[in-house]
Design a protein around this ligand. Structure first.
Ligand code: F1P
Length: 350
């Protein structure tokens, strides 16, 4: 098989996977998932490793934005190593959500066991199910079969599912309707911007940084992870305006600065990207609406033009980083289907 064929097929297949997930979510009764834990009177803690940790961050931001409930995200290892920092003494007030594509990652399974020992019930969100699905009666299992080592459609599908749950808790019908428009919208964007991202990836970079703020920050983090995993290149991520406070000293013409521009902070965030262009960076802009100034200066501008609430656009923002990582890996002669040093699941012998 051609190098990267599986990963690219899974990235380009996301419109179909999202449609299938939305059908499953339409038929889902969320009451058994929530059970006796009133969703608006608990503090939600989203837990995962790797891509699933960034998903946890995006889910926490989505829950807080949609419902007003306090929510945060934590890597599974923090609960194992420093439980007192994460789980309050009054543990009945928390609603943990454990996220794992495989349901087989050791650290996540160990957290599930800790929670069960302490009598704290939790929700599991997964694609494969595996042992995680056996450790709790509350399981949200999505119809996504992903072969690749790196997570692509599983990330977007599980994030969409958690946004769906949050919108249902908050009775936000407009948001739920917006999610249903995304598969068709992505199907239009992919043939336009996929080849442009491929062309863009032919350049080589000494350093790579992705910038975003708010709910897009975890999407910038995941964009960096995709570039690292799929192309064995080091990539960093920053809150956009933080990039001026030191990191910009890495900027030169062989440095890629990619900005995921929000609508609410567009003016301030665009100014940072324009400044980095003036300092010589190669720039990539992803935004719902690209201003003429950004369009004139960005080396690649991806305009989403999605007529949906800002928060509903998150899963469309990540697709371009997924593609960029894979195409950069191919350009370097690597096989993004078999990333160096990685396996599909991290299991640590106990
Ligand atoms: C999470 C994860 C992936 C990563 C790597 C190992 O897995 O860390 O994000 O790409 O290949 O596993 P999971 O717990 O979601 O299955």
């Amino acid at each position: 098989m051609e190098p990267g064929a599986t990963t690219l097929r899974e990235i380009y297949g996301q419109p179909e996977v999202w449609t299938r997930c939305l059908q499953a979510l339409d038929a889902l009764d969320i009451n058994p998932l929530v059970g006796d834990k009133h969703p608006l009177s608990h503090q939600w803690i989203f837990v995962g490793c790797g891509t699933s940790y960034y998903l946890a961050q995006a889910a926490a931001a989505s829950f807080t934005s949609l419902t007003g409930i306090l929510a945060h995200a934590i890597p599974a290892s923090e609960i194992l190593l420093f439980p007192k920092l994460v789980i309050p003494a009054e543990s009945s007030s928390i609603f943990p959500v454990l996220i794992s594509r495989s349901g087989h990652t050791s650290e996540v399974l160990q957290v599930a066991e800790v929670l069960n020992r302490r009598g704290i019930s939790f929700l599991a969100v997964t694609c494969d199910g595996n042992e995680l699905a056996q450790l709790t009666p509350r399981v949200l299992k999505l119809p996504v079969t992903e072969e690749s080592t790196v997570m692509t459609s599983s990330f977007t599908s599980m994030l969409m599912a958690l946004q769906n749950v949050a919108a249902r808790i908050a009775s936000q019908q407009e948001f739920l309707d917006a999610l249903h428009t995304l598969p068709a919208a992505l199907a239009v964007l992919l043939p336009v911007y996929g080849p442009q991202v491929e062309q863009f990836s032919h350049r080589s970079f000494d350093d790579v940084a992705f910038l975003a703020q708010g709910a897009l920050y975890p999407i910038a983090s995941e964009t960096s992870l995709k570039v690292m995993e799929s192309s064995s290149s080091y990539a960093q991520f920053f809150h956009t305006l933080e990039f001026r406070h030191g990191p910009k000293s890495i900027v030169s013409e062989n440095v890629l600065v990619g900005a995921l521009l929000s609508e609410s902070g567009n003016a301030e965030e665009s100014a940072v990207l324009l400044e980095m262009k003036q300092l010589g960076a190669c720039t990539l802009a992803i935004a719902n609406s690209i201003s003429p100034q950004v369009r004139a200066s960005a080396d690649l501008a991806i305009e989403l033009a999605l007529p949906v609430p800002e928060l509903a656009r998150l899963i469309v923002y990540i697709v371009w980083g997924q593609l960029l990582g894979s195409y950069m890996g191919l350009r370097k002669g690597l096989n993004p289907d078999s990333p160096r040093n990685l396996s599909r699941v991290v299991t640590i012998a106990g």
